[in-house]
Design a protein around this ligand. Structure first.
Ligand code: DMJ
Length: 617
């Protein structure tokens, strides 16, 4: 019998259904049993906390739990943040066991950049304002450092863009032209340009258009740099780069991100799966494991988030195709395994901590039932260890050697936050409360919160990743803060005058990049309007002249008379027809619809944190 068929059988042998308690008494939360009917979970460890389930089962959790836990989360943030400032700044990260700092992903004071928008979400506008000044004075990207293209994008570019868009709300005195200009936007742009193909030595300059994984910020790609990049390292740019293009007016960012996405799409196997690592020079897959976790994860995330942010049907269609293949080949009893990308045979029956973002992503496409079932599987692993081990062997129901650590990752909490917005199910608050207790109990030390090296004995590592303050604490806080401005459903908004006209901001529908930096989708339209018109005019001019050329060619063909005249350069105003014409006026008459305001067809209708409004709804 093929191994692939043995796995589900093996799961059935070692897994048994879990019985959970009753739902909340107000009848608003769905009955968790609804999700659990088909659920199987490991039985090797008893599932704890029956008392808490009783409490959650019979008390409205909003009464005490929400504000109390929220305050605990806030205290957690400041314990870590103050310690970083005191012991580690200007280094990238805090070393919580030795109470000092070190550079990890570059030399950017990374924790400060990553934590900046969390300060505002926690309501601390004065510290936000101070940090904006500090970053301008201290961060320099002209440095001889080999940096990860992916991490620099999601943490530095994403963090700065989000903070830039939130700075007015945080009381920063913004310059004229904001949000289409500003110091943080300039910094984000500078960092992103270090990754672009403006010379032969930069990350995206490859024959395939897929970027290298590492770039030296001063010298470009090192000679001899490996051309092997993971899938997520290629497909995780569209959110930040399309935002940059919209705000700055330079389409190059969005263009390179789209090319990289298309190349990945074209490289999928016949059964519709992508592998883990690819050679960006040859386009050949080097690691052929297909799954939803490490090395691939945020590629899928950015197809969905890019689709929502840009209202782009094609990106969503790509994701839905992948989703089908993923469900066909990797999905077993609401777990997701790893399979060979060409054959679909199981290669690793393992759940990875990084995969726990998937239920949150499913909620964004409205697949709440599947999301909850998978979430509850993952939650049983959390309860087994008080955290999520990096790898968990599903048939064995235990950790995998050398992958027993928990570096305080956000993914399961992130999914809880999305799903709580979508369902109001109190089980999701229960996970949040458990996470706060575990993290405080196991990982809190005098100088911050330490990575858990081994969840079996709670040994610690001397590291606090910047995503702890960017993501883990932020998602926890948002889970317990229903009235946070981030959760705005469009009932309030701010109106800003820009050089391009009036601009609506802060109405909600924020899209979190994969490092949990919220991007206000409305902002993309503020600066885009005029620039889009310019781009459309240029396109129209190009079309106009190529049309003219083909008509002339047709005429020459039929009449075979008269000398051939070369067309004017597309996009220039040198042709006689364009003299004295205001730029764009003439083509506008011909193709009026292209110059009208951008309409919002597809799911019109932003998906708001777990709520999807379809065309038909
Ligand atoms: C973060 O840097 C991002 O969420 C990334 O997409 C995956 N890894 C970490 C958090 O676990």
């Amino acid at each position: 019998m093929p191994f692939r068929l043995l796995i589900p059988l093996g799961l059935v042998c070692v897994l048994l259904p879990l019985h959970h308690g009753a739902p909340g008494p107000d009848g608003t939360a769905p009955d968790p049993a609804h999700y659990r009917n088909h659920m199987v979970v490991p039985t090797l460890r008893p599932v704890s906390a029956p008392f808490s389930r009783l409490v959650f089962g019979f008390w409205p959790p909003t009464l005490f739990l929400i504000p109390r836990t929220r305050e605990r989360v806030k205290a957690m943030f400041y314990h870590a943040y103050d310690s970083y400032l005191e012991n580690a700044f200007p280094y990238d990260e805090l070393r919580p066991l030795t109470c000092d700092g070190h550079d990890t992903w570059g030399s950017f004071s990374l924790t400060l950049i990553d934590a900046l928008d969390t300060l505002l979400i926690l309501g601390n506008t004065s510290e936000f304002q101070r940090v904006v000044e500090v970053l301008q004075d201290n961060v320099d990207f002209d440095i001889d450092v080999n940096a990860s293209v992916f991490e620099t994008n999601i943490r530095v570019v994403g963090g700065l863009l989000s903070a830039h868009l939130l700075s007015k709300k945080a009381g920063v005195e913004v310059e004229a032209g904001w949000p289409c200009s500003g110091p943080l936007l300039r910094m984000a742009e500078e960092a992103a340009r270090k990754l672009l193909p403006v010379s032969d030595a930069l990350a995206f300059q490859t024959p395939t258009g897929m970027p290298y994984g590492t770039v030296n910020l001063l010298h470009g790609v090192n000679p001899g740099e490996t051309p092997v990049t993971c899938t997520a390292g290629i497909g995780t740019f569209i959110v930040e780069f399309a935002t940059l293009s919209s705000l700055t007016g330079d389409p190059v960012f969005e263009d390179v991100a789209r090319v990289a996405l298309m190349r990945l799409w074209e490289s999928r196997s016949d059964i519709g799966l992508v592998g883990n690592h690819i050679d960006v020079l040859t386009g050949k897959w080097v690691a052929q494991d297909a799954g939803i976790g490490a090395g691939v994860d945020s590629y899928f995330e950015y197809l969905v988030k890019g689709a929502i942010l840009l209202q782009d049907k094609k990106l969503m269609a790509m994701f839905l195709e992948y989703n089908k293949a993923i469900r066909n080949y990797t999905h077993f009893d609401d777990w997701y395994l790893w399979v060979q990308m060409y054959k679909g045979t199981v290669s690793m029956p393992v759940f990875q901590s990084l995969e726990a973002y998937w239920p949150g992503l499913q909620s964004l496409i409205g697949d709440i039932d599947n999301a909850m079932r998978t979430f509850l599987n993952y939650y049983t692993v959390w309860k087994q260890f008080g955290g999520l081990p990096e790898f968990y062997n599903i048939p064995q129901g235990y950790t995998v050697e050398k992958r027993e650590g928990y570096p305080l990752r956000p993914e399961l909490i992130e999914s809880a936050m999305y799903l709580y917005r979508a369902t109001g199910d109190p089980t999701l608050l229960e996970l949040g409360r458990d996470a706060v207790e575990s993290i405080e109990k196991i990982s809190k030390v005098e100088c911050g919160f330490a990575t858990i090296k081994d969840l079996r004995d709670h040994k610690l590592d001397n590291r606090m990743e910047s995503f702890f303050l960017a993501e883990t604490v932020k998602y926890l806080y948002l889970l317990f803060h229903p009235n946070n401005f981030i959760h705005n459903n469009g009932s309030t908004f701010d109106s800003v005058m820009t050089p391009h006209g009036e601009c609506i901001l802060g109405a909600g529908g924020y899209i979190f990049n994969t490092e949990a930096h919220p991007i206000d989708p409305a902002a993309l339209h503020c600066c885009r309007r005029l620039k889009e018109e310019q781009w459309e005019v240029e396109d129209l001019m190009r079309e106009f002249y190529s049309l003219k050329e083909s008509r002339a060619r047709a005429r020459r063909k039929t009449m075979r008379s008269g000398p051939w005249e070369p067309p004017a350069e597309p996009g220039t105003l040198s042709s006689p027809e364009n003299h004295d014409q205001p730029r764009g006026k003439q083509p506008a008459k011909q193709r009026t619809p292209l110059l009208s305001c951008p309409s919002q067809p597809f799911t019109s209708k932003l998906a708001l944190l777990g709520q999807v409004f379809l065309d038909s709804s």
